[in-house]
Ligand binder design. Structure first.
Ligand code: EPZ
Length: 420
């Protein structure tokens, strides 16, 4: 696997242009299956997960032009069973199930993949589809879904907040008969963006972003165009880069209102935060941050996707801190790698990360294990003593567009080498 050589002792200063949101773009691409008309999607980040989604859509028959924007003609789609070797690479491929079922009255999806941050079950997706009238058969490594007539809107109380399952149910309800109400729905900005896209095509969704979402079924969807929202997790990652390196970074083309909890924690760490309509600046004024206690939660709580980055922040901050993960079972894979670099971290059975801040980390050979750990280890290398080798960086390209290039533009020195 190739790796990055990251030079340490850097102070990161400058402007970063934030890319479109991976976790909005992925579902929106798959939602195009619901219509026979052309859709144009802009601000889609160049990521391997996006490339995979495009491969999957092309495989089932969609015609796609991927220039600055992504032009999709879903009319030729005819296959209802995408290939396992593609489906099993990303979590987002589960979002093909409901649209294919709606369009063809049947679908077969192999179990999805994604970061190994937990069991990643799909029971809530399937329960929602059953409540809408689908018959679900679980085979050895695939799911088959059938309907004999148009799905029927109903009231669905989510036993657990799930971004993915909320998307699946919305995508099944938009063309169902009658009203669907999703209670205890996920409230992430990505859900709001997906609803906005579907409404542009003619859906009738209200309440997205709240705990209760109402979907009035329509008979068909049209075409349309949509610009994907900025990536709030990439934004948070670059703000942490400024905080840990005692620098000053301005994130542009982003959305401050998607990061309220994150900005509060960064301010609590001693950073000077300023923001406008589509930009956020963080100035550490050369000072070492204070550590901050965090408990992750579904939006608008503190995002689990920034847990690894804030573990790094706390590792080099003044004081002792506790981070509690409440969403996934196995989101601590970054911890052993940071300990290798000199961090003083312990974890508990109750999914707590206890950090005692140290003044310095030291370069080591470290290994990425998932998307957010990759970004965190590269940032750790930027501030460590010496040159850090970050291995298995293929994880990074799943979710960060031009990450090393953007960091090098604000003072980092990251080189890629392809030694085995
Ligand atoms: C989405 O994952 C994101 N991925 C994740 O981002 C993000 O961390 C997560 O939402 C939470 O915000 C994409 O959008 C592609 P969930 P998802 O369904 O949909 C349990 C990243 O780094 N659950 O909200 O898989 C589940 O195990 C990735 O960009 C069930 O029990 O997350 C978890 O404990 C990582 N049954 C909790 O719910 C189900 O059927 C939340 O999962 C579905 C989920």
């Amino acid at each position: 696997m190739n790796q990055f050589c990251v030079e340490g002792n850097k102070k990161l200063n400058g402007n970063v242009i934030i890319s479109g949101s991976k976790n909005a773009a992925l579902p929106i691409l798959f939602m195009s299956i619901l219509t026979n008309h052309k859709v144009k999607i802009s601000n889609v980040p160049k990521l391997t997960d996006i490339d995979l989604a495009i491969q999957l859509l092309k495989y089932i028959g969609a015609e796609i032009k991927h220039q600055k924007c992504i032009l999709i003609d879903p009319k030729p789609i005819k296959l209802i069973c995408p290939p396992q070797n593609l489906i099993s690479k990303i979590r987002g491929s589960i979002w093909m199930l409901a649209p294919l079922l709606t369009r063809f009255n049947q679908a077969k999806i192999f179990f999805p993949g994604g970061c190994q941050i937990g069991k990643r079950p799909i029971d809530l997706h399937l329960k929602g589809l059953k409540k809408l009238g689908a018959t679900i058969r679980i085979k050895k490594n695939s799911i088959q879904a059938f309907i004999t007539k148009r799905m029927k809107g109903t009231h669905i109380l989510m036993e657990k907040i799930s971004v993915g399952a909320t998307v699946t149910i919305i995508s099944a309800a938009v063309l169902a008969e009658g009203l669907t109400v999703i209670e205890n729905a996920a409230r992430e900005p990505e859900i709001v963006d997906i609803a906005k896209f579907l409404n542009t095509l003619g859906a009738n969704i209200t309440g997205a972003g709240n705990k209760k979402i109402f979907i009035k079924g329509v008979s068909k969807l049209n075409g349309g165009k949509h610009k994907v929202i900025p990536d709030r997790i990439e934004t948070g990652t670059f703000l942490v880069a400024a905080a840990i390196s005692k620098g000053r970074v301005i994130c542009k083309k982003t959305e401050p209102k998607h990061l309220k909890q994150v900005l509060k924690k960064l301010s609590d760490s001693g950073a000077i935060i300023k923001f406008g309509k589509n930009w956020i600046s963080l100035d550490m004024r050369g000072k070492r941050p204070h550590s901050v206690d965090i408990s992750t939660a579904a939006y608008p709580g503190f995002p689990t996707d920034l847990l690894a980055q804030f573990t790094l922040l706390n590792s080099i901050s003044k004081g002792k801190s506790k981070i509690t993960e409440t969403i996934f079972e196995n989101r601590f894979m970054h911890v052993p790698q940071l300990i290798k670099m000199g961090a003083n971290i312990t974890t508990t059975q109750e999914k707590n990360i206890i950090c005692c801040g140290v003044p310095k980390l030291f370069s080591k050979n470290v290994f990425s294990t998932d998307l957010r750990t990759s970004a965190t280890l590269i940032l750790a290398g930027c501030i460590a003593e010496g040159i850090t080798q970050v291995h298995k960086i293929f994880h990074l390209f799943r979710g960060y567009e031009y990450f090393s290039k953007k960091l090098n533009l604000i003072g980092a020195n990251i080189k890629r080498n392809n030694k085995k």
